[in-house]
Design a binder for this molecule. Sequence first.
Ligand code: NAD
Length: 373
Amino acid sequence: MQDWGFYMPTRIRFGWGRFNEIRRVVDELNGKKAFVVTGKDFPNQSDALDRMLKHLQGLPLEVFAEAEENPSIETVDRGAEKCRASRCDVLIGLGGGSALDAAKAIAMLQRNPGSIREYLDQERVCQAKGLPVITIPTTAGTGSEVTPFTVITHKAKRAKPAIAPPQNFPDVALVDPELTMSTPPKVAASTGLDVLCQAVEGFWSTQGNPVTRSLATQGIRLAVENLEAACLRKDKDAVAAMALASHLTGIQMSNIGNTCIHPLSYPVTVDYGVPHGFACALFLPAVIRFNAPAIGERFADLLRLLNLPGIEAFARRVEEFMEKLGALRRLRDVGVKAEALPDMVKRGMGRSTAWNPKPMSEEDLLQICRAVL
Ligand code: NAD
Protein backbone atom coordinates (compact mmCIF):
# COMPACT_ATOMS: atom_id res chain seq x y z
CA MET A 1 0.00 0.00 0.00
CA GLN A 2 1.29 3.49 -0.89
CA ASP A 3 2.22 6.05 1.80
CA TRP A 4 -0.26 8.85 2.19
CA GLY A 5 -1.25 11.82 4.38
CA PHE A 6 -4.22 14.08 4.93
CA TYR A 7 -4.62 17.63 6.28
CA MET A 8 -7.87 19.44 7.11
CA PRO A 9 -7.67 22.27 9.66
CA THR A 10 -11.13 23.78 8.97
CA ARG A 11 -13.64 23.38 11.81
CA ILE A 12 -16.97 22.19 10.42
CA ARG A 13 -20.49 22.95 11.62
CA PHE A 14 -22.95 21.18 9.35
CA GLY A 15 -26.72 20.94 9.71
CA TRP A 16 -30.11 22.18 8.65
CA GLY A 17 -30.83 25.50 10.43
CA ARG A 18 -27.32 25.95 11.81
CA PHE A 19 -26.94 29.28 10.00
CA ASN A 20 -28.40 30.87 13.13
CA GLU A 21 -25.17 29.96 14.98
CA ILE A 22 -23.23 32.60 13.05
CA ARG A 23 -22.91 35.02 16.00
CA ARG A 24 -21.50 32.28 18.22
CA VAL A 25 -18.97 31.37 15.52
CA VAL A 26 -17.80 35.00 15.20
CA ASP A 27 -17.48 35.25 18.99
CA GLU A 28 -15.49 32.02 19.19
CA LEU A 29 -13.00 33.53 16.74
CA ASN A 30 -12.92 36.63 18.93
CA GLY A 31 -14.12 38.75 15.99
CA LYS A 32 -14.89 42.36 16.89
CA LYS A 33 -15.68 43.66 13.40
CA ALA A 34 -16.69 41.51 10.43
CA PHE A 35 -16.05 42.04 6.73
CA VAL A 36 -18.83 40.23 4.87
CA VAL A 37 -18.09 39.21 1.27
CA THR A 38 -21.02 38.14 -0.86
CA GLY A 39 -22.20 37.96 -4.47
CA LYS A 40 -23.07 41.15 -6.31
CA ASP A 41 -26.57 39.89 -7.17
CA PHE A 42 -26.94 37.78 -4.05
CA PRO A 43 -28.95 40.29 -1.93
CA ASN A 44 -31.69 40.13 -4.61
CA GLN A 45 -31.55 36.36 -5.01
CA SER A 46 -31.74 35.17 -1.40
CA ASP A 47 -32.76 36.49 2.01
CA ALA A 48 -29.65 34.97 3.62
CA LEU A 49 -27.73 38.24 3.86
CA ASP A 50 -30.66 39.98 5.61
CA ARG A 51 -31.03 37.06 7.97
CA MET A 52 -27.34 37.11 8.78
CA LEU A 53 -27.34 40.84 9.46
CA LYS A 54 -30.17 40.26 11.96
CA HIS A 55 -28.21 37.48 13.68
CA LEU A 56 -25.18 39.77 13.87
CA GLN A 57 -27.07 42.82 15.15
CA GLY A 58 -24.81 44.85 17.44
CA LEU A 59 -21.60 43.59 15.85
CA PRO A 60 -19.80 46.25 13.78
CA LEU A 61 -19.46 45.06 10.20
CA GLU A 62 -19.04 46.06 6.58
CA VAL A 63 -20.66 44.37 3.61
CA PHE A 64 -18.78 43.94 0.33
CA ALA A 65 -21.51 42.70 -2.04
CA GLU A 66 -19.41 42.89 -5.19
CA ALA A 67 -18.19 39.37 -5.97
CA GLU A 68 -19.27 38.57 -9.52
CA GLU A 69 -19.55 35.00 -10.82
CA ASN A 70 -15.99 33.71 -11.35
CA PRO A 71 -14.56 36.69 -9.44
CA SER A 72 -11.84 38.80 -11.04
CA ILE A 73 -8.48 40.07 -9.84
CA GLU A 74 -9.87 43.62 -9.86
CA THR A 75 -12.76 42.70 -7.55
CA VAL A 76 -10.50 40.88 -5.10
CA ASP A 77 -8.00 43.74 -4.97
CA ARG A 78 -10.80 46.27 -4.46
CA GLY A 79 -12.26 44.14 -1.65
CA ALA A 80 -8.84 43.76 -0.04
CA GLU A 81 -8.37 47.54 -0.05
CA LYS A 82 -11.79 48.14 1.52
CA CYS A 83 -11.18 45.46 4.11
CA ARG A 84 -7.85 47.01 5.10
CA ALA A 85 -9.46 50.45 5.42
CA SER A 86 -12.33 49.04 7.51
CA ARG A 87 -9.99 47.54 10.15
CA CYS A 88 -12.16 44.42 10.33
CA ASP A 89 -10.64 41.42 12.10
CA VAL A 90 -12.74 38.55 10.73
CA LEU A 91 -14.02 37.70 7.25
CA ILE A 92 -17.34 36.06 6.45
CA GLY A 93 -17.86 34.63 2.95
CA LEU A 94 -21.55 34.11 2.20
CA GLY A 95 -22.64 32.75 -1.19
CA GLY A 96 -21.61 30.34 -3.90
CA GLY A 97 -18.04 29.34 -4.72
CA SER A 98 -17.43 32.75 -6.31
CA ALA A 99 -18.14 34.71 -3.11
CA LEU A 100 -16.26 32.22 -0.93
CA ASP A 101 -13.18 32.31 -3.16
CA ALA A 102 -13.23 36.11 -3.15
CA ALA A 103 -13.51 36.12 0.67
CA LYS A 104 -10.56 33.74 1.07
CA ALA A 105 -8.39 35.83 -1.27
CA ILE A 106 -9.32 39.09 0.48
CA ALA A 107 -8.51 37.56 3.87
CA MET A 108 -5.12 36.39 2.61
CA LEU A 109 -4.23 39.86 1.28
CA GLN A 110 -4.77 41.41 4.72
CA ARG A 111 -1.52 39.84 5.92
CA ASN A 112 0.32 39.38 2.63
CA PRO A 113 1.37 42.36 0.47
CA GLY A 114 0.53 43.19 -3.14
CA SER A 115 -2.20 42.25 -5.59
CA ILE A 116 -3.80 38.80 -5.85
CA ARG A 117 -2.48 38.84 -9.45
CA GLU A 118 1.10 38.53 -8.20
CA TYR A 119 0.21 35.33 -6.35
CA LEU A 120 -1.73 33.91 -9.30
CA ASP A 121 1.23 34.70 -11.59
CA GLN A 122 3.59 33.08 -9.05
CA GLU A 123 5.56 36.30 -8.54
CA ARG A 124 4.84 36.14 -4.82
CA VAL A 125 4.13 33.30 -2.41
CA CYS A 126 1.71 33.47 0.49
CA GLN A 127 3.86 33.74 3.64
CA ALA A 128 1.37 34.39 6.41
CA LYS A 129 -2.06 33.19 7.38
CA GLY A 130 -4.63 35.86 6.54
CA LEU A 131 -7.46 37.10 8.76
CA PRO A 132 -9.75 34.37 10.13
CA VAL A 133 -12.40 33.32 7.61
CA ILE A 134 -15.87 31.86 8.14
CA THR A 135 -17.28 30.30 4.97
CA ILE A 136 -21.03 29.87 4.51
CA PRO A 137 -21.92 28.16 1.21
CA THR A 138 -25.29 28.86 -0.39
CA THR A 139 -24.81 26.55 -3.39
CA ALA A 140 -24.27 22.79 -3.21
CA GLY A 141 -21.46 22.59 -5.70
CA THR A 142 -17.91 23.67 -5.15
CA GLY A 143 -17.04 22.63 -1.60
CA SER A 144 -14.96 25.83 -1.52
CA GLU A 145 -15.93 26.28 2.15
CA VAL A 146 -13.35 23.64 3.11
CA THR A 147 -10.64 24.05 0.48
CA PRO A 148 -7.51 26.22 0.41
CA PHE A 149 -8.21 26.98 -3.28
CA THR A 150 -8.98 30.44 -4.54
CA VAL A 151 -9.95 30.40 -8.21
CA ILE A 152 -9.79 33.87 -9.73
CA THR A 153 -10.46 35.10 -13.26
CA HIS A 154 -7.32 36.58 -14.82
CA LYS A 155 -8.75 38.64 -17.68
CA ALA A 156 -5.39 39.58 -19.24
CA LYS A 157 -4.48 35.90 -19.53
CA ARG A 158 -8.04 34.75 -20.35
CA ALA A 159 -7.61 32.15 -17.62
CA LYS A 160 -8.88 31.03 -14.22
CA PRO A 161 -5.74 30.28 -12.22
CA ALA A 162 -5.91 29.18 -8.61
CA ILE A 163 -3.69 29.41 -5.58
CA ALA A 164 -3.88 26.92 -2.73
CA PRO A 165 -1.47 27.82 0.07
CA PRO A 166 -2.16 25.70 3.16
CA GLN A 167 -2.71 28.95 5.13
CA ASN A 168 -5.79 29.53 2.96
CA PHE A 169 -7.96 26.84 4.55
CA PRO A 170 -10.98 28.65 6.07
CA ASP A 171 -11.13 28.65 9.87
CA VAL A 172 -14.77 27.62 10.17
CA ALA A 173 -17.18 26.23 7.56
CA LEU A 174 -20.78 26.81 8.59
CA VAL A 175 -22.83 24.63 6.25
CA ASP A 176 -26.59 24.92 6.41
CA PRO A 177 -28.23 23.05 3.49
CA GLU A 178 -31.38 25.15 3.90
CA LEU A 179 -29.49 28.11 2.41
CA THR A 180 -29.31 26.28 -0.94
CA MET A 181 -33.12 25.97 -1.19
CA SER A 182 -33.39 29.32 -2.98
CA THR A 183 -31.00 28.44 -5.83
CA PRO A 184 -32.88 28.71 -9.14
CA PRO A 185 -33.09 25.46 -11.18
CA LYS A 186 -30.23 26.42 -13.51
CA VAL A 187 -27.85 27.23 -10.64
CA ALA A 188 -28.89 24.08 -8.73
CA ALA A 189 -28.33 21.96 -11.86
CA SER A 190 -24.95 23.47 -12.70
CA THR A 191 -23.64 23.28 -9.13
CA GLY A 192 -25.06 19.78 -8.64
CA LEU A 193 -23.26 18.52 -11.75
CA ASP A 194 -20.08 20.17 -10.44
CA VAL A 195 -20.37 17.96 -7.34
CA LEU A 196 -20.61 14.86 -9.52
CA CYS A 197 -17.58 15.93 -11.59
CA GLN A 198 -15.50 16.68 -8.50
CA ALA A 199 -16.40 13.37 -6.93
CA VAL A 200 -15.59 11.36 -10.08
CA GLU A 201 -12.31 13.23 -10.62
CA GLY A 202 -11.40 12.60 -6.98
CA PHE A 203 -12.33 8.95 -7.27
CA TRP A 204 -10.06 8.21 -10.23
CA SER A 205 -7.23 10.67 -9.50
CA THR A 206 -3.75 9.16 -9.35
CA GLN A 207 -3.21 11.44 -6.31
CA GLY A 208 -6.00 9.71 -4.34
CA ASN A 209 -5.58 7.98 -1.01
CA PRO A 210 -7.90 5.89 1.20
CA VAL A 211 -9.49 8.98 2.79
CA THR A 212 -10.12 10.88 -0.44
CA ARG A 213 -11.45 7.76 -2.20
CA SER A 214 -13.93 7.12 0.64
CA LEU A 215 -15.10 10.72 0.42
CA ALA A 216 -15.36 10.51 -3.37
CA THR A 217 -17.35 7.26 -3.20
CA GLN A 218 -19.83 8.89 -0.84
CA GLY A 219 -19.94 12.00 -3.00
CA ILE A 220 -20.71 10.03 -6.17
CA ARG A 221 -23.37 7.89 -4.45
CA LEU A 222 -25.10 10.89 -2.85
CA ALA A 223 -25.03 12.88 -6.09
CA VAL A 224 -26.33 10.03 -8.27
CA GLU A 225 -29.15 9.31 -5.81
CA ASN A 226 -30.18 12.90 -5.07
CA LEU A 227 -29.27 15.18 -7.96
CA GLU A 228 -32.62 15.07 -9.73
CA ALA A 229 -34.83 15.26 -6.63
CA ALA A 230 -32.78 18.15 -5.25
CA CYS A 231 -32.63 20.17 -8.46
CA LEU A 232 -36.03 19.49 -9.99
CA ARG A 233 -38.25 19.06 -6.91
CA LYS A 234 -36.27 20.72 -4.09
CA ASP A 235 -36.98 17.67 -1.98
CA LYS A 236 -35.66 18.60 1.47
CA ASP A 237 -33.74 15.36 2.15
CA ALA A 238 -32.24 15.40 -1.33
CA VAL A 239 -31.20 19.04 -0.95
CA ALA A 240 -29.47 18.20 2.34
CA ALA A 241 -27.80 15.18 0.72
CA MET A 242 -26.45 17.33 -2.13
CA ALA A 243 -25.06 19.88 0.36
CA LEU A 244 -23.33 16.99 2.11
CA ALA A 245 -22.02 15.59 -1.19
CA SER A 246 -20.61 19.00 -2.12
CA HIS A 247 -18.99 19.34 1.29
CA LEU A 248 -17.42 15.85 1.21
CA THR A 249 -16.00 16.40 -2.27
CA GLY A 250 -14.61 19.74 -1.05
CA ILE A 251 -12.74 17.94 1.74
CA GLN A 252 -11.50 15.35 -0.74
CA MET A 253 -10.45 17.99 -3.27
CA SER A 254 -8.70 20.11 -0.62
CA ASN A 255 -5.99 17.45 -0.46
CA ILE A 256 -5.72 16.17 -4.03
CA GLY A 257 -7.23 18.78 -6.38
CA ASN A 258 -8.94 17.61 -9.57
CA THR A 259 -7.80 15.91 -12.76
CA CYS A 260 -8.29 16.95 -16.39
CA ILE A 261 -11.91 18.15 -16.40
CA HIS A 262 -11.73 21.26 -14.22
CA PRO A 263 -8.84 22.91 -16.12
CA LEU A 264 -10.52 22.07 -19.43
CA SER A 265 -13.70 23.80 -18.24
CA TYR A 266 -11.99 27.13 -17.56
CA PRO A 267 -11.63 28.39 -21.18
CA VAL A 268 -15.29 27.43 -21.78
CA THR A 269 -16.35 29.64 -18.87
CA VAL A 270 -13.92 32.48 -19.61
CA ASP A 271 -14.59 32.68 -23.38
CA TYR A 272 -18.26 31.70 -23.57
CA GLY A 273 -19.68 32.52 -20.12
CA VAL A 274 -20.83 28.95 -19.43
CA PRO A 275 -21.56 28.41 -15.69
CA HIS A 276 -18.77 26.49 -13.97
CA GLY A 277 -20.65 23.21 -13.28
CA PHE A 278 -22.11 23.00 -16.79
CA ALA A 279 -18.67 23.70 -18.27
CA CYS A 280 -17.21 20.78 -16.27
CA ALA A 281 -20.08 18.33 -16.87
CA LEU A 282 -19.91 18.92 -20.62
CA PHE A 283 -16.69 16.86 -20.73
CA LEU A 284 -17.54 14.25 -18.09
CA PRO A 285 -19.15 11.51 -20.26
CA ALA A 286 -16.39 11.74 -22.91
CA VAL A 287 -13.65 11.60 -20.26
CA ILE A 288 -15.32 8.61 -18.53
CA ARG A 289 -15.22 6.80 -21.89
CA PHE A 290 -11.60 7.85 -22.50
CA ASN A 291 -10.58 6.59 -19.05
CA ALA A 292 -12.59 3.35 -19.24
CA PRO A 293 -9.59 1.07 -20.03
CA ALA A 294 -7.71 2.43 -16.99
CA ILE A 295 -10.44 2.43 -14.35
CA GLY A 296 -12.29 -0.89 -14.74
CA GLU A 297 -10.98 -2.52 -11.58
CA ARG A 298 -11.32 0.57 -9.40
CA PHE A 299 -14.88 1.21 -10.59
CA ALA A 300 -16.14 -2.35 -10.05
CA ASP A 301 -17.32 -1.83 -6.44
CA LEU A 302 -18.63 1.64 -7.17
CA LEU A 303 -20.72 0.38 -10.10
CA ARG A 304 -22.15 -2.38 -7.90
CA LEU A 305 -23.06 0.28 -5.30
CA LEU A 306 -24.79 2.32 -8.01
CA ASN A 307 -26.44 -0.78 -9.48
CA LEU A 308 -24.97 -0.09 -12.90
CA PRO A 309 -23.72 -2.89 -15.21
CA GLY A 310 -20.57 -1.14 -16.48
CA ILE A 311 -18.64 2.04 -17.18
CA GLU A 312 -20.54 2.80 -20.37
CA ALA A 313 -23.79 2.62 -18.36
CA PHE A 314 -22.27 5.13 -15.92
CA ALA A 315 -21.40 7.52 -18.78
CA ARG A 316 -24.98 7.17 -20.09
CA ARG A 317 -26.39 7.84 -16.61
CA VAL A 318 -24.42 11.11 -16.50
CA GLU A 319 -25.80 12.03 -19.93
CA GLU A 320 -29.34 11.34 -18.72
CA PHE A 321 -28.78 13.71 -15.79
CA MET A 322 -27.46 16.38 -18.13
CA GLU A 323 -30.45 15.99 -20.42
CA LYS A 324 -32.99 16.16 -17.57
CA LEU A 325 -31.28 19.11 -15.90
CA GLY A 326 -30.98 21.14 -19.09
CA ALA A 327 -27.18 21.16 -19.05
CA LEU A 328 -25.10 22.24 -22.03
CA ARG A 329 -24.45 19.18 -24.22
CA ARG A 330 -22.53 20.60 -27.18
CA LEU A 331 -19.81 23.25 -27.41
CA ARG A 332 -21.28 24.53 -30.68
CA ASP A 333 -24.49 25.47 -28.81
CA VAL A 334 -22.58 28.33 -27.18
CA GLY A 335 -20.90 29.33 -30.44
CA VAL A 336 -17.63 27.37 -30.25
CA LYS A 337 -16.10 26.77 -33.70
CA ALA A 338 -13.83 23.83 -34.58
CA GLU A 339 -10.92 26.24 -35.22
CA ALA A 340 -11.12 27.46 -31.60
CA LEU A 341 -10.46 24.00 -30.15
CA PRO A 342 -6.61 23.83 -30.34
CA ASP A 343 -6.27 27.10 -28.38
CA MET A 344 -8.94 25.95 -25.91
CA VAL A 345 -7.02 22.72 -25.32
CA LYS A 346 -3.68 24.51 -24.83
CA ARG A 347 -5.23 26.78 -22.21
CA GLY A 348 -7.24 23.88 -20.75
CA MET A 349 -4.25 21.78 -19.71
CA GLY A 350 -3.39 22.25 -16.05
CA ARG A 351 -1.05 20.66 -13.57
CA SER A 352 -3.86 18.30 -12.56
CA THR A 353 -4.29 17.02 -16.14
CA ALA A 354 -1.33 14.77 -15.35
CA TRP A 355 -3.30 13.16 -12.50
CA ASN A 356 -5.81 11.63 -14.88
CA PRO A 357 -5.79 7.81 -14.49
CA LYS A 358 -5.03 7.31 -18.19
CA PRO A 359 -2.15 9.50 -19.42
CA MET A 360 -3.52 12.27 -21.55
CA SER A 361 -1.82 14.15 -24.39
CA GLU A 362 -2.85 17.42 -26.01
CA GLU A 363 -4.11 15.36 -28.96
CA ASP A 364 -6.29 13.24 -26.61
CA LEU A 365 -7.85 16.38 -25.16
CA LEU A 366 -8.47 17.70 -28.66
CA GLN A 367 -10.28 14.47 -29.55
CA ILE A 368 -12.42 14.83 -26.41
CA CYS A 369 -13.28 18.42 -27.35
CA ARG A 370 -14.15 17.31 -30.91
CA ALA A 371 -16.42 14.61 -29.45
CA VAL A 372 -18.47 17.26 -27.61
CA LEU A 373 -18.34 19.93 -30.33
P1 NAD B 1 -21.47 31.07 -8.09
O1 NAD B 1 -20.91 31.31 -6.75
O2 NAD B 1 -20.79 31.74 -9.24
O3 NAD B 1 -23.02 31.44 -8.06
C1 NAD B 1 -23.83 31.36 -9.24
C2 NAD B 1 -25.02 32.30 -9.10
O4 NAD B 1 -25.91 31.78 -8.11
C3 NAD B 1 -24.64 33.70 -8.60
O5 NAD B 1 -25.42 34.65 -9.27
C4 NAD B 1 -24.98 33.66 -7.12
O6 NAD B 1 -25.20 34.93 -6.57
C5 NAD B 1 -26.23 32.80 -7.15
N1 NAD B 1 -26.54 32.15 -5.89
C6 NAD B 1 -25.69 31.57 -5.02
N2 NAD B 1 -26.37 31.03 -3.98
C7 NAD B 1 -27.69 31.27 -4.20
C8 NAD B 1 -28.88 30.97 -3.48
N3 NAD B 1 -28.88 30.25 -2.35
N4 NAD B 1 -30.07 31.40 -3.98
C9 NAD B 1 -30.11 32.09 -5.16
N5 NAD B 1 -29.02 32.39 -5.89
C10 NAD B 1 -27.81 31.99 -5.42
O7 NAD B 1 -21.53 29.50 -8.43
P2 NAD B 1 -20.74 28.27 -7.83
O8 NAD B 1 -20.87 27.20 -8.83
O9 NAD B 1 -21.12 28.01 -6.43
O10 NAD B 1 -19.22 28.77 -7.80
C11 NAD B 1 -18.45 28.76 -8.97
C12 NAD B 1 -17.08 29.35 -8.69
O11 NAD B 1 -16.40 28.55 -7.69
C13 NAD B 1 -16.19 29.32 -9.92
O12 NAD B 1 -15.40 30.48 -9.99
C14 NAD B 1 -15.33 28.09 -9.70
O13 NAD B 1 -14.11 28.12 -10.41
C15 NAD B 1 -15.13 28.16 -8.20
N6 NAD B 1 -14.73 26.90 -7.56
C16 NAD B 1 -13.96 26.99 -6.46
C17 NAD B 1 -13.55 25.85 -5.80
C18 NAD B 1 -12.69 25.97 -4.60
O14 NAD B 1 -12.36 24.96 -3.99
N7 NAD B 1 -12.30 27.15 -4.21
C19 NAD B 1 -13.96 24.59 -6.26
C20 NAD B 1 -14.75 24.52 -7.38
C21 NAD B 1 -15.15 25.68 -8.03
